[in-house]
Design a protein around this ligand. Structure first.
Ligand code: CAA
Length: 510
């Protein structure tokens, strides 16, 4: 199937060779001590390596030192580090504004802003300053490692070493080898990542590598759906946390990554793929231009210290409810148990149409179409409440209160194909199938990368198996029919597996 081209480890020979070489990295430099750089410096120092942190000017250097002190201070406060351990970690890091201090480093990792011109200028300087055997690594999220390597006289000693935010916590490192990287170097760097307590996944040099190529289109799509008014910011965040089990909702995560970084990654993806789903959502540009960059600037989609939006906790006034659709009987029994009177749709004050597809067709068949809302139960915790163009605000409000009473988090949304969770989840799963199909990475590496890079409870292929290939294929067809977005069309491999009656993509894997 062409998969496995990107699987980590390489041959037994290269692994053994890599292991014997990994011990040679004892002193490292980190250039750029923003959130990521400071986190990376902490990771190296925690693993016992001597770290030289470099920033452009004294003020930035002090901010970088502050990040390190803050992060280790937090670990101390939580009882994860003793005062002595913290002092030891901080003692391993020296701070400087001079690149010349990296002359003896075995490896230098760059974590400066995602601007190719800055990176190329820095690598030219590092190439001049660092000893010839030193490895030069970039933590770029999506820029071409090959183009960065090409500015040096040692492209064979240049790799990508991509950490995830927060670097001390997320367990993945993507090791990126280019066509010019020396044989065996990626294995050495992967071994170094293991020594740091991380799990490496080694891949080739494509925009976004594995994680950002799958993550950013999902985050960007969430921003597009927000702009289109499908659902509110906090509702989309809650839907993805509670409905998909992701550790953070898309807007909280965009704020963590930084909207400027997210915008840049989308730009790079778009330039490489010309897939308009990768074109940054206009709201990203607007927020970035307004200086709302996310956590780093205090506000992005969310404001720091912003009060949570109060959720309407009204007691539903509807005395009589009707339930339609698959599972109606069971759901009616649940409502009846909670004290609601179950009646026929014709006489009901609220009609709940259980459905995973739009419900407006059902509404127009009722005498009071304004009383109908669609209801999509997602997992055990979420209920998407779809208002059609005919639904009255009252009916939507009553449904909201009713769902809270029976212990589900209501997610109000518009009556659109696949509503919220599935509309965001299925294209991501489809992208993972396409990535595997292209031979860029193996099923195992993709699953590992998404679990350890983003803290997802399951990788995309595990999720596909759980949901069922046919369900996802059909959902993608519905999304494609509604939005006519070419990349929503099911990946040919997914379509073929369903047609062939194969239950898991793993059944095909070698
Ligand atoms: N620095 C250091 N440690 C931190 C931290 C930080 N900024 N934030 C949280 N932690 C630590 C905490 O100290 C805590 O450690 P212990 O368990 O040892 O006590 C642990 O992480 C959990 O923290 P919290 O209990 O405060 O919070 P949480 O359980 O909600 O977890 C989270 C926070 C780890 C960030 C979690 O929400 C998560 O995994 N989110 C997903 C993050 C993600 O997707 N990152 C990848 C983004 S993409 C990227 O980075 C690549 C790119 O190029 C853009």
């Amino acid at each position: 199937m062409g998969a496995g081209a990107g699987s980590s480890g390489g041959s037994a020979f290269s692994v053994r060779w890599g292991e014997s070489m990994a011990g040679t990295f004892e002193t490292v430099g980190v250039v750029g001590l923003g959130t990521m750089g400071a986190g990376i410096a902490e990771v190296f120092a925690r693993a016992g390596l001597a770290v030289t942190g470099v920033e452009a000017d004294p003020a930035a250097l002090e901010r970088g030192r502050g990040h390190l002190e803050g992060s280790t201070g937090r670990a101390l406060a939580r009882g994860k580090l003793t005062e002595a351990e913290r002092a030891e970690i901080l003692g391993r890091v020296s701070f400087t504004t001079s690149l010349e201090d990296l002359a003896d480093a075995d490896l230098v990792i760059e974590a400066i802003p995602e601007v190719m011109d800055y990176k190329r200028a820095l690598f030219t300087d590092l190439d001049r300053v660092c000893k010839p055997s030193a490895v030069l690594a970039t933590n770029t999220s999506s820029l071409s490692v090959t183009a960065i390597a090409a500015t040096t006289t040692r492209p064979g000693r240049v790799v990508g070493m991509h950490f995830f935010n927060p670097a001390p916590v997320m367990r993945l490192v993507e090791v990126v080898r280019t066509v010019t990287t020396d044989d065996g170097l990626a294995g050495e760097v992967a071994d170094l990542a293991r020594r740091l307590g991380k799990t490496p996944v080694t891949v080739g040099d494509r925009a976004g590598f594995v994680v950002n190529r799958l993550l950013l289109p999902y985050l960007n799509q969430a921003a597009v759906l927000l702009e289109n008014g499908l659902a509110g910011r906090d509702d989309i965040d809650a839907a993805m946390r509670l409905g998909a089990g992701f550790p953070m909702g898309p807007f909280a995560l965009l704020d963590l990554i930084g909207l400027d970084t997210s915008y840049e990654i989308c730009e790079v993806l778009f330039r490489e793929t010309r897939d308009r789903r990768h074109a940054p959502a206009p709201i990203l540009r607007e927020l970035v231009t307004a200086g709302r960059l996310g956590r780093k600037s205090g506000e992005g989609f969310h404001r720091a210290e912003e009060p949570r939006s109060p959720s309407p906790h009204e007691k539903p006034s509807a005395a009589s409810v009707a339930v339609l659709g698959e599972g109606a009987e069971e759901f009616s029994a649940r409502l009846s148990g909670a004290g609601f009177k179950i009646v026929d749709p014709e006489g009901a004050e609220l009609v709940l149409a259980l459905s995973h597809t739009p419900v407006v067709e059902r509404a127009v068949r009722l005498p009071h179409p304004d009383r109908l809302v669609g209801l999509h139960l997602v997992g055990d915790q979420v209920a998407e409440i779809a208002s059609t163009v005919l639904t009255s605000p009252d009916a939507a409000r009553v449904a909201h209160g009713l769902l809270r009473i029976i212990g589900r988090t209501p997610v109000p949304c518009r009556d659109r194909a696949e509503f919220v969770v599935d509309a965001l989840l299925y294209p991501y799963l489809n992208d993972a199938v396409r990535m595997y199909e292209s031979g860029y990475a193996s099923i195992e590496d993709i699953d590992t990368a998404m679990k350890l890079g983003c803290g997802y409870p399951a990788g995309p292929f595990e999720t596909l198996d759980r949901l069922g290939l046919e369900t996802v294929r059909d959902g993608l067809r519905a999304l494609y029919a509604e939005y006519r977005e070419p990349s929503f069309a099911p990946a040919p491999l997914l379509d073929q597996l369903v047609t062939a009656g194969v239950r898991s993509i793993r059944d095909l894997a070698p």
